[in-house]
Design a protein around this ligand. Sequence first.
Ligand SMILES: *Cc1c(COP(=O)(O)O)cnc(C)c1O
Length: 485
Amino acid sequence: MDYQSTRSKLKTDSVHAVLQGLAPDGGLFADPSIEKITFDWRACLKKDTQSMAVMILQALLPDFKDMESLVSQAYKGKFETEDLTPVVKVGNYHILELFRGPTSAFKDVALSMLPRLVTAARTQTGMKQEITILTATSGDTGKAALEGFKDVPGTRIIVFFPDSGVSEVQQMQMTTQEGSNVCVCAVKGNFDDCQRGVKQAFSELRETLKDSPYTLSSANSINIGRLAPQVVYYFAAYRDMIADGTIKEGEAVDYCVPTGNFGDILAGYYAKLMGLPVGKLICASNANNVLTDFINTGKYDRKRPFYKTDSPSMDILVSSNLERLLFLASGRNEEQVSKWMASLNENGEFTVDEKTLSYIRESFEAGHCDQEETEKAIFRCWKENHYLIDPHTAVAYSVAEKRDNTNPVVVLSTASPYKFPQAVLRALGESEEGNGFDLMKRLNDVSGVQIPKNLSTLEGKKIRFNESIDRDEIVSYVLNKLNCR
Ligand SMILES: *Cc1c(COP(=O)(O)O)cnc(C)c1O
């Protein structure tokens, strides 16, 4: 099966797509005929989560050998629960807990897998170059990627995060990262600045590094190897809802997804294209509601105020993975996608035609909620159900509550509340005084919910990284790091 760039006719196989991360023309690798792949979704629903992962990843990334052993290396013993991503009934909703992995965010599901794929791809292609993984993070990807790639032979990882744009706990998680091949750097700017810098490094350094012993790749969801493992939990949730009697096989389920870079929700769309009976995919945004406006009007306009919210992983105005949806929705029209992306780059906006918009709206719906609504949702969910949610999950919860639901709704829960204890305590009406560890302990006192071990053990760890650079220094920073070895 061939992957194609969303911006040209350039094609490659799944192994090379994973190795490259971003296509050389700046586009994203996408499967132009994903709905045609042979995939027995009913058989898939009979399996346990790891076997599901094997089946789905074999279908989406068919050029990898021995997926079974890659999946087992990625997940065995790494998550708090045996089935990786459990579903819990909370009031009228089903909450899909995606935060039971090694860094307490949903990114762990994909970033436990990606290093296995990258290593396998190096072996299969006989690649000699060392891969440097460049990662822009809005808070959670960074840590999950560092943990996934630490001390993986043949790889090195550099993470850029927005200075004062992540929670204290998130920052601690990253700056204390252990491992001999890791590097973390703050950028004076927001996530979009980090992401732009990383994309710039890819395009500007490609030539420079051509005959060097180094090459670059990405751990962001622009890499198809990041996206594919996320398809699995849509199937797993559906299977669990059949098992608990909520639905019968074939009945539609809606999924409400707290969205930033559009990777998580796009994986849900891939699940639908592979046959899973998905009703609507509800795109939930915080105050940075550029996607809500786009899905409701067809106009994408990033020229708007940028808000720093309590759900920082969704503080994004340029949603990279939307490009993959546009590619499918426009009828695989790479020329058209290329024009829209150029317009976004040059004018800060683009508008899609009616046909593309109605294709998107057949499967997607969008809503948003502001800071006050987010806090109220955390409070209500705790008071009514005695279930603690983080601010990202709360955005989706609130959007689901505001809607007329006919199908059963799965709310994707993307982070542990202990990654954002200050915001959660404020929402519960408790004091938010003290450092991150005081706050975690207070939240534990108030709720009785256990603190994940990877977070409670952060206290006392040594800070290893404290550099901060300007946003236009990312490219030279990367070059420096590569040269100084
Ligand atoms: C990354 C992240 C999101 C957004 O996911 P996308 O794939 O970027 O849309 C939502 N919640 C949390 C906690 C995250 O870390």
